[in-house]
Design a protein around this ligand. Structure first.
Ligand SMILES: [Zn+2]
Length: 296
């Protein structure tokens, strides 16, 4: 799957195309009336109402522009200890790197890896297992981690306050990159290239960052988990049960939606299935996602 933003191409490399979570647990504040009203838009790609399932993809975006290759969010990975999620625990042969190569990108050609935040489904392919060691999967890449994001997680890790699933993600997929000297700690406003800038998107985690693309005619934002599910476009104050600060996450989401509706910016969340991204339409009652941005 591929779409274009100006002269940039974006390939979508899927690591798990049908990850389901109980809607009532993951988005406990979901408005039943909104769910029913928009059921036709949300089913089947994003919702299985009868089974109380919110449906997600775990995927990377490979952004190529100006001769550079940037991989945004590195999904789950293989051989990782994730017992909390059996489908991801000690996976073998998921085929992610084969799909990356099929899109025309060898792992050695990736110049930059950007982790919007350091959750387990955004860091996994940072590393691969090699003779009992975690080695960088992308040997020639610099890995960009938010300075605040990494500092907060390392404090939680070192004081034993991080949940095991988060602590292991750091130990298997983040700390080995830092120890290999491959990590660059970046701040809000960091420029990755012409028209490419990191923006703060706090709330889901404290230091989440998105990639803002401002080209002459095309605009986009890769917004990580600031928008997790299309229902949140219809109900912008709806944060997930995994957001560290649900109120701040809602404020961040409202800013993204308002700006996108106003400017025509394409919104590219980490986990949308279907057309993988959306334009945002403002109407009298709020916002609606407009799917189908030239995916092929
Ligand atoms: Zn995520």
């Amino acid at each position: 799957m591929r779409f274009a933003i100006g002269d940039a191409t974006v390939d979508i490399i899927v690591d798990d195309d049908d990850f389901g979570l109980p809607l009532s647990e993951f988005l406990p504040g979901a408005d039943p009336e909104l769910l029913e009203r928009h059921r036709g838009t949300l089913e089947p790609d994003f919702l299985d109402r009868a089974r109380d399932l919110a449906r997600f993809a775990i995927q990377s975006f490979v952004f190529r522009a100006g001769g550079k290759t940037l991989l945004i969010d590195s999904c789950i990975g293989d051989h990782k200890d994730i017992p909390e999620i059996p489908a991801w625990h000690q996976r073998r042969g998921s085929g992610f790197l084969d799909r990356l190569r099929q899109s025309g990108v060898d792992p050695a050609e990736v110049d930059l890896v950007l982790c919007t935040h350091l959750h387990v489904d955004h860091v996994g392919w940072n590393t691969r297992q090699d003779n009992g060691h975690w080695e960088p999967t992308f040997p020639n890449a610099r890995y960009l981690f938010g300075r605040r994001e990494l500092a907060d997680w390392m404090t939680q890790h070192d004081t034993g306050r991080a949940l095991p699933i988060h602590a292991r993600a750091l130990e298997q997929s983040v700390i080995p990159i830092v120890e290999a000297g491959k990590a660059d700690l970046v701040d809000d406003g960091h420029e990755l290239g012409p028209g490419l800038q990191l923006a703060p998107l706090p709330g889901h985690t404290s230091g989440q960052m998105g990639l803002v693309v401002n080209y002459a005619r095309d605009r986009a934002i890769f917004c990580g988990d600031a928008v997790h599910h299309p229902l949140q476009v219809f109900q912008p104050d709806l944060s997930t049960s995994t957001c560290v600060d649900q109120k701040l996450a809602a404020e961040t989401r409202k800013k993204i939606l308002a700006e996108a509706a106003d400017s025509g910016r394409l919104v590219v969340p980490a986990h949308f299935r279907g057309s993988r991204c959306a334009h945002i339409h403002a109407n009298g009652r709020g916002y609606a996602p407009v799917f189908g941005h030239g995916l092929r």
